[in-house]
Design a protein. Structure first.
Length: 190
């Protein structure tokens, strides 16, 4: 039965569908499908075929939210876009092994602090992530590298080290965001 359903799914919804499809079988043998894996039992059963093609489509889809929040919080559009690229590669259903979720990979407590009701809602996630970034930029007096490090490793860690913490993941995160920031600045100027 499940195999027949998957065949029908592929026939009527070919692999050009953007995003990932998750599924799980419950205790009654019922197969559940979702593009937003809100239950730990969900496993990926279909991935995007072409990240580069779907990335461009996804990036464009979130542009209105990026523009609006950039204006509201006085943060460069290119910076918000760079963080989304590095954090989730524009996948609104992304969930990290640490529990960060959505486009800007908000941890549950951060999402709650930033008043995000649904981390998988792109508009809410971008709003909350940008609000958090604004708070960090204010806390670290506009120092972008320290603010990005805090976005990744937490404010306490940056305050404790009085610098970018010596964590490989955080150092790489800051470098990658700054690299994409340069790229997106060029795109917004053209």
């Amino acid at each position: 039965m499940t195999l027949i359903f998957l065949i029908i799914l592929v026939i009527f919804f070919p692999p050009t569908v953007q995003g990932e499809i998750y599924s799980y079988v419950d205790g009654h043998g019922v197969v559940h499908f979702s593009n937003v894996p809100v239950d730990r039992r969900y496993m990926i059963c279909s991935r995007e075929i072409s990240d580069s093609i779907n990335y461009e489509r996804a990036a464009y889809r979130f542009e209105p939210y990026i523009v609006k929040t950039a204006e509201k919080y006085k943060i460069e559009k290119a910076l918000i876009k760079a963080i989304i690229k590095v954090e989730s590669n524009f996948n609104p259903a992304a969930i990290s092994s640490a529990g960060a979720s959505g486009l800007m990979q908000l941890m549950p407590k951060t999402a709650e602090r930033m008043r995000v009701g649904n981390v998988f809602n792109p508009r809410e996630n971008i709003e909350g992530g940008t609000r958090y970034l604004r708070a960090l930029l204010n806390l670290f007096k506009g120092d972008l590298s320290l603010s990005l490090a805090a976005y990744n490793a937490g404010e306490r860690s940056v305050i404790k080290h009085k610098a970018i913490p010596p964590y490989t993941q955080t150092i790489n995160f800051v470098k990658r965001v700054l690299t994409y920031l340069k790229r997106y600045r060029k795109e917004y100027k053209s």
